[in-house]
Write a protein that binds this ligand. Sequence first.
Ligand code: G3H
Ligand code: 13P
Ligand code: ZN
Length: 320
Amino acid sequence: MVNYKDLGLVNSRGLFAKAITGGYALPAFNFNNMEQMQAIIAACVETKSPVILQVSSGARKYANQTLLRYMAQGAVAYAKELGFAVPVVLHLDHGDTLELCKSCIEYGFSSVMIDGSHHPYEKNVELTAQVVEYAHRYDVTVEGELGVLAGIEDDVKAEHHTYTQPEEVEDFVKKTGVDSLAISIGTSHGAFKFKPGQKPEIRLDILAEIEQRIPGFPIVLHGASSVPQDIVAEINHYGGRLKDSIGIPEDQLRAAAKSAVCKINIDSDGRLAMTAAIRKVFAEQPAEFDPRKYLGPARDKLKALYIHKIKEVLGSDDKA
Ligand code: G3H
Ligand code: 13P
Ligand code: ZN
């Protein structure tokens, strides 16, 4: 058993409390390799933002759980070395079983998500409560989910949103003891969220109703990439074949971050940024074969993207 506190990590409880009163959201950036981790930490140190390093079960399989733990420990030390010890949370994204959550906690995660949103309500409550009961023994915080986002979640593809029903949230929070709640109000996972011409809309009215029922309770938004059009164009300019798509407008995310939304998940925009930078090098310097020559620019572009998100969307700069 590795205790996250010995790795220099923190859980999300105190950070969420500050984010709610401060009217900003914490960045939850997914990572599975060194360059992503470096870009996240460098961006957060430069902006003095707390950070949630987020690992999906697929990322855990890809990168290896032991390496990830040392990377998170390294991230804490790296931040200090860069000049500012930002608080770092290591969070399991979309955990689907009690066993997976237990295993992550044993490997040093300070926060886990149990995503029971595809189960019937009672089963979601039961599973989430089991994870909370285990996690709280180790002071690990737990995120639950109510409502289903359109897009791909845990290999389950939902064509349409099932918005979170505000009348369920109070009962869910009370019965499970979760520390935060992911809700479905119009965001969706992946880089292909809406077709150009469609009007993405975060349902701030549903959010407001949820807030009224559980005042001051930390809310999480998944599927919050904005699919920057300049980055998509760059990928396609340098040989990519991404189909046209738009994401969640940043001004809508900014409005949500000012409310009880205190964690915003962004993965796809980072994937797009890395891909654009790598394609550019491959197209312009086809003789290049040193991975540092394309992963380095990818890391720089990622860092710039994260700084933009922190300052212009989340508002978590200077909050560490
Ligand atoms: O919500 C899903 C995240 O973007 C993680 O995606 O399962 O492909 O690592 P992944
Ligand atoms: P995006 O695919 O919109 O980046 O969402 C990521 C996410 O919700 C991770 O849990
Ligand atoms: Zn998600």
